[in-house]
Ligand binder design. Sequence first.
Ligand SMILES: *Cc1c(COP(=O)(O)O)cnc(C)c1O
Length: 354
Amino acid sequence: MRYTGLIENYKDRLPVDDSTRLISLGEGNTPLIRLENIPATLGKDVDIYVKYEGLNPTGSFKDRGMTMAVTKAVESGSKAIICASTGNTSASAAAYAARAGIKAFVLIPEGKIALGKLAQAMIHGAVIIQIKGNFDDGMRLVKEVADHAPVSIVNSINPFRLQGQKTASFEIIEELGGAPDYHCLPVGNAGNISAHWMGYKEYFDDGTANTKPIMVGYQAAGAAPFVKGKMVDEPETIATAIRIGHPQSWDLAHTVEQESNGWFDSLTDEEILAAQKLLTEQEGVFCEPASATSLAGAMRDIKSGKIPEGSKIVCTLTGHGLKDPDTAIAQCSDEMININPVMDEVRDAILNNM
Ligand SMILES: *Cc1c(COP(=O)(O)O)cnc(C)c1O
């Protein structure tokens, strides 16, 4: 049967009925890739899978939540949606609004949005409002303005977002035949880690899965409010998707930590970029910097033994590497070989680099 998106697939577990017009681009059903080369380099006996959410229609997991949020916005008669965004939410909102035939307004931090994401929001026809401030400023403004203008907020404070995003856990359980032992995610607003936990609990409570995973959230060191235990006013990291200092799902995420016996930790930008590169070079999987935070953290905790040998671990790769070509190229530009257009020089370039 033709796959037509996660709402259709999980209709009985989502707040829709037969009369609901579904706004879908075929999101969800993303590959769960077993890492074949990286585990050996860790010197530990572990099973690591990456859930490649970068293969959603607009290149990030945001589509899982956006299909639900826009479907419900349209159902309620809304003609416009609005969001604050570090990039991927705006790309997704722009695409689903286009699909639905409604207007999208997106507030983005000036100069701090990855090139691919900006291109997406622009080409889909969203109204882009660039603010001299960061994501947290944008979020505050969106909440305020929604009381003064006829727009539906589609940030993850919209509960339908998390409903859509919980389906990633369903897919993982179905594919592995049960829950993993550990599930590692990058954390910004912490909506996604909260949504995943909802999904795992739902399948556990009705007996579809016998266990629930330990949830581990990793942040960038310069934007790590959950690790510091307090809000951060000037978040900074190369992983722009998680450059957030005032997370919206603060309480939900702490409940996830307690209920799952999990933890939060942080990684430097250097560790994040190293993991991104390792994954591309050793496994052929290209994710954006923020996404690699999950794997970077998992690798560190596997090496230290905090995540024990014998574990089955899923790392969510939240967005596609092509979202942020500038950062990828900057990491590798020294490695390029420049030659004259003659055979000898090509041959040398090959033989010197075999
Ligand atoms: C949105 C996003 C995150 C953070 O997800 P939260 O739900 O805000 O914690 C991480 N990585 C990427 C690529 C994102 O787009």
